[in-house]
Design a protein around this ligand. Structure first.
Ligand code: PMP
Length: 297
């Protein structure tokens, strides 16, 4: 069951502590330089109790980011941390935020010798897009190129998403999408893109985009093709949607692509609705794929 109040406990370096008790010092290395890695995971209330969707895949991605930063990261320990936090907060539906970061130390950029920490916080509210039809505008910022920052959930990398989001919000839109120098679609600030045309579903592929776990889930569930998609093709599609752990399957109402360019899409088609439904059934334990993708709390 949902807790009546905000989650009371979070995991910090091996124990459950009261949420309000934890504070970071102003010398925290990650605060200055973004030297951390995080995940965004969801748990769902299912008939068999609360369960986490694709937990091993999320923690494996986090391990890659942690190791890139030179941290030790134990997937088994992080698994226990996530499950213990959910149990302590008695949560069914939850958004789960693990974070590993470098703490107190010098102002130098060499992370060696800085202590590392692991935290898991949960919340019962959604972040990002929330499943409503969303109005998207193309950002003038480029996505962090993979050659400079690999598409993992490194804390500092998200300043790129923050800039894009700020830019399009100022224009009155809900969400930003990134386009590359060759006019190919990349992704949104915290979600991947799909297009539907004549009933055929295509996952937008791009080397600078985060290889999303929701994207992978949908490709497997509906057998979508994955390939690069130009802006021209995107604006010509019957339907476009964004997907991510937090966003789930979010239909896009409109893409604004400059002064006189863009596209308004008709309401979600039967194909789009079926994709959102099959995803919802799967995460809630009601599809053939569910068993292998859910970790019971
Ligand atoms: N792209 C970015 C930049 C993201 O932050 C996210 C959210 N993790 C996604 C895509 C979607 O990834 P996932 O489906 O694994 O949540």
């Amino acid at each position: 069951a949902e807790p009546a109040t905000a989650p009371q406990k979070l995991w910090y370096d091996g124990e459950l502590v009261d949420t309000g008790r934890l504070q970071a010092t102003v010398h925290t290395h990650a605060l200055h330089y973004g030297s951390g890695v995080f995940e965004g995971i969801r748990a769902y209330a299912t008939k068999r109790g609360a369960a986490v969707f694709r937990l091993p895949e999320h923690l494996e991605r986090m391990r890659k980011g942690a190791e890139l930063l030179g941290m030790t990261f134990d997937v088994a320990e992080a698994t226990e941390a996530v499950l213990a936090t959910l149990r302590a907060n008695r949560q069914g539906d939850a958004y789960i935020r693990p974070l590993a970061w470098y703490g107190d130390g010098s102002f130098g950029l060499d992370v060696a010798g800085h202590p590392q920490h692991l935290m898991v916080a949960t919340s019962s509210t959604n972040v990002h897009l929330n499943g409503n039809r969303t109005r998207v505008s193309v950002s003038s910022w480029r996505r962090n190129p993979a050659s400079a920052l690999p598409p993992l959930k490194l804390c500092g990398a998200y300043v790129n998403s923050i800039l894009a989001k700020r830019e399009v919000k100022a224009r009155g839109f809900d969400e930003a999408m990134f386009v590359d120098d060759d006019d190919f679609a990349v992704e949104c600030t915290g979600a991947n893109l799909f297009v539907v045309r004549d009933g055929r579903v295509t996952a937008v592929e791009h080397r600078d985009a985060l290889p999303g776990i929701t994207r992978d889930t949908l490709i497997r569930l509906i057998g979508a093709e994955s390939r690069p998609v130009s802006m021209e093709e995107l604006l010509d599609a019957d339907e476009v949607f964004a997907c991510g752990t937090a966003a789930e399957v979010t239909p896009i109402a409109e893409i604004h692509a400059g002064e006189n360019a863009g596209r308004a899409y008709a309401a979600q088609s039967p194909v789009g609705r079926e994709i959102a439904d099959v995803y919802a059934r799967t995460v809630r334990g009601d599809s053939a794929w569910s068993a292998s993708w859910l970790t019971e709390v």
